[in-house]
Design a protein around this ligand. Sequence first.
Ligand SMILES: NC(=O)c1ccc[n+]([C@@H]2O[C@H](COP(=O)([O-])OP(=O)(O)OC[C@H]3O[C@@H](n4cnc5c(N)ncnc54)[C@H](OP(=O)(O)O)[C@@H]3O)[C@@H](O)[C@H]2O)c1
Length: 304
Amino acid sequence: MAAQAEVFLVGATGLLGNRLTSAFLAKGATVRALVRPGATGEKKQALDALKAKGVELVEGDITDPTDRLAAAIGGAQTVVSAIQGGPDLIVDGQANLLTAAEQAGAARFVPSDFAIDITRLDDGDNFMIDWRRQAAAGFAGTPLGVLSVLNGAFVEVMVGFMDLIDWEKGTLSHWGNPDQPLDLTTVQDTAAYTAAAVLDPALTNGGTMRFAGEVVSMLHFHAAVERGTGRKLELRTLGTAEELRSEIEHRAKATQNPFDYVALQYQWCMVTGKGKFDSLDNDRYAEIKPTSVEEFVRGAGLGA
Ligand SMILES: NC(=O)c1ccc[n+]([C@@H]2O[C@H](COP(=O)([O-])OP(=O)(O)OC[C@H]3O[C@@H](n4cnc5c(N)ncnc54)[C@H](OP(=O)(O)O)[C@@H]3O)[C@@H](O)[C@H]2O)c1
């Protein structure tokens, strides 16, 4: 009988990481999670919930000395990062984690990519994606198989963080060509695809896997949100993709905080088609039946 797969996960208390723990456990893997010490309140409750699910918790930080991280990784074959943060974590922290994974003798490393097609973008298109490409360049030469999982945009982000929908005003605003196809996946489906790919013995050498729960145009997205919520939303066009680029440049000059315009950078990468997947790997895991935008919106009770 094959040994039970063991996954070491960083970011288990996060939006995606929490779903990843359930997805790995559902597939029979054991999960050891690196969690930051000193949790109180809701964070402490989240840790208790992870423990109750059967996740083994190890206290630490992705920036810990590699010896300590390697000891935490122990005998796990795969190290998965679902971390979020700046270049200190995405570039340097993940490089540190990979070194620790090498030291521990792990076979595979999954960086915290989980985005649109980062391989097709150029520096400056999106600063958060630049960090991920910078991190990937640093992984070259590792003996571990590096598996990058890409999911397009979370549906949750499209109905929230992107700021497209104003429920009070009853509007859905967008930039660019409303017929441009967009790759969208819920957090839960991203976790299910990631677990399937991570535990797929044929992918031990790594590679890039691209998944989308649904590929929809903005017009289709608008119609799906209307059907799912039962609400009419006026569709507003904010400008062309070129005008969006100018708006981003304008905001970049006006602020010290790039997070003020990162949602627009993601939108630009999507509405131009530059971050669009050329092909999908969904069929490899046909047992996963992803949630459509309409089903998600209805299930989440949005717009009430
Ligand atoms: N495609 C999309 O639309 C989309 C949208 C959102 C996110 N994502 C991607 O999904 C991935 C995960 O993002 P998320 O939104 O799930 O992140 P999140 O909710 O912010 O969670 C981040 C996790 O990282 C942990 N963490 C932070 N600093 C750490 C450190 N120094 N050492 C160890 N752990 C640390 C946090 O632990 P604590 O609980 O201790 O803070 C938390 O568990 C990222 O790659 C992100 O870019 C993609």
